[in-house]
Design a protein around this ligand. Structure first.
Ligand code: HEC
Length: 117
């Protein structure tokens, strides 16, 4: 059954809303991270971060602890790291306290996944 026009339109805006909300979450990271390939700033580019091994971008100077962490970034390891970066990789150089709210982390990770799909 075809939806009435006004409903169709409202459904569209419901679909675009979460994307916008998730993108907002990245603003905290954007101070130090870019999403474009090979564009490092204070932090390394997060381009294609999923399934990348931590500390392996050759054009960024990572801390020794990040290189040795043995982490492969995926939704799960990112979630743990972003909860408390210094707890997961002790003495790493990312000056960020963490994102305490699980929902905020989930939104942010969803945004990154969508960006690199
Ligand atoms: C104030 C700057 C700053 C902020 C804010 C920041 N980061 Fe970082 N980030 C860094 C630095 C510097 C490193 C490198 C750490 C090291 O080598 O020990 C890093 C490393 C990382 C890494 C590891 C990358 C790799 O290739 O191994 C990930 C993933 C990451 N940050 C994600 C995030 C996310 C997501 C946010 C937002 C919630 C964020 N960061 C906020 C500076 C920042």
């Amino acid at each position: 059954m075809a939806l009435p026009r006004f409903l169709e339109r409202s459904r569209l805006s419901f679909e675009t809303l979460p994307t916008w909300r998730n993108e907002k979450k990245f603003e905290e990271c954007a101070a130090c991270h870019k999403l474009q390939r090979s564009e490092d700033s204070v932090g390394p580019s997060l381009h294609g971060v999923f399934s990348r091994k931590a500390g392996t971008l050759t054009d960024f100077r990572f801390s020794p602890v990040m290189k040795r962490s043995g982490i492969t970034w995926d939704a799960k390891t990112l979630d743990a790291f972003l909860t408390d970066p210094q707890k997961v990789v002790s003495a790493n150089r990312m000056p960020y306290a963490g994102l305490a709210d699980a929902k905020d982390r989930a939104d942010l990770i969803a945004y990154l996944q969508k960006t690199f799909k």
